[in-house]
Design a protein around this ligand. Structure first.
Ligand code: URA
Length: 191
């Protein structure tokens, strides 16, 4: 789970990152939020407008829905950790480019190493392709579990997609139920 000192050192180092063009246009870098001792890590795509202003992941409209999704399975931000594939907002919320994802990747990998989660949930296609497989298909493969480096990994729809397309919500709810079941089966520390 990493020591307080390790987390402080990592977030301080990350705050000074200028490795890709997104660092030129950001207001605030968005490092991560939640419980670093959690066994469950959620990974989103990248900050949007509100996140960029506040420096906290998932605080805009998609974040409100994410909070409701967590509540449905008796979770909240104090029981998971939430990070993004890229730490700085892509202009006009476009997809983060491969070079930007690559430049940012070591921060996420270091967060994963410190947390050492048993379960990773990718929120949406970008996180799925970054973490599970380059050609990961969210519509076909959401809700499926993958074993990656000793962790259980699943992707579900991004809350922004669920805001745009209500018809995806029942499928996302099934994914959340599968997540709750997996947590009950394999998590020991905080559940
Ligand atoms: N969407 C994301 O993927 N991450 C955030 O932090 C906010 C919106």
């Amino acid at each position: 789970m990493g020591t307080k000192e390790q987390w402080e050192a990592l977030s301080a180092e990350c705050a000074g990152c200028r490795a890709c063009p997104l660092s030129q246009t950001r207001t605030k870098l968005v490092f991560g939020v939640g419980n670093p001792e959690s066994e469950v890590l959620l990974i989103g795509e990248g900050p949007g407008e509100q996140e960029d202003l506040q420096g906290v992941p998932f605080v805009g409209p998609a974040g409100k829905l994410l909070d409701q999704m967590l509540e449905m399975i008796d979770l909240d931000r104090s029981r998971v950790y939430i990070a993004n594939v890229v730490k700085c907002r892509p202009p006009r919320n476009r997809d983060p480019q491969p070079n930007e994802q690559q430049a940012c990747r070591h921060w996420l990998d270091r967060q994963i190493a410190l947390i050492d989660p048993k379960i990773i949930v990718c929120l949406g296609r970008i996180a799925g392709t970054a973490i599970i497989r380059e050609d990961f298909r969210i519509t076909r493969e959401h809700g499926q579990w993958f074993d990656l480096g000793g962790r259980r990994v699943m992707a579900t729809y991004h809350p922004s997609a669920l805001l745009r397309d209500l018809s995806k919500r029942p499928e996302a709810f099934m994914d959340l139920r599968a997540l709750r079941k997996e947590i009950r089966e394999i998590c020991t520390r905080t559940y």
